[in-house]
Design a protein around this ligand. Structure first.
Ligand code: DQA
Length: 152
């Protein structure tokens, strides 16, 4: 497995076509390329995935246990509904989790104001568009290099 697993939830495979006034014009492939470029510069190997299925996301999180140094997740609509994803994230035992959203859900419809990911997140990055993923990688890099210093 990679150093950092980047998970994307339902409908994010439709980025570029999907409500560009809210989510921007970048496709998920564009965002993946952006992440790969930044991760390379930061010295991370990344695994970048998307699923429309809650159970598949849960399985991938379970498989990441003990295998990754950090997790970045845009759980999309499951952010606001999924106790199953919340419970899976709890299995990661201290691995830093960064929650990312392209838009800022807290300023949108009330049903988007709750996040089941947020209580477990070291940081939430919302409303920064595709650049939010880059900021998440940079934040993770800071957290992980801080950890290395403590270990030394
Ligand atoms: C989203 C925000 C969610 O509310 C929405 O369901 C998404 C995308 C975002 O990236 O802004 O699918 O996670």
């Amino acid at each position: 497995m990679a150093d950092v697993l980047i998970l994307n939830g339902p409908n994010l495979n439709m980025l570029g076509l999907r409500e560009p006034e809210i989510y921007g014009r970048d496709t998920l492939a564009d965002i993946e390329a952006l992440c790969r470029g930044r991760a390379r510069a930061l010295g991370f190997a990344i695994d970048f995935r998307q699923s429309n299925h809650e159970g598949e996301l849960v399985t991938w999180i379970q498989q990441a246990r003990g295998q990754v140094r950090g997790l970045i997740i845009n759980a999309a609509a499951y952010t606001h509904t999924s106790v199953a994803i919340h419970d899976a994230l709890r299995l990661l035992d201290g691995v830093p989790i960064i929650e990312v959203h392209l838009s800022d859900p807290k300023t949108r419809e009330p049903f988007r104001h709750v996040s089941y990911v947020e209580p477990l997140a070291a940081k939430v990055i919302a409303g920064q568009g595709a650049n939010g993923y880059v900021l998440a990688l940079e934040h993770l890099s800071g957290l992980l290099s801080g950890k290395d210093r403590v270990r030394l």
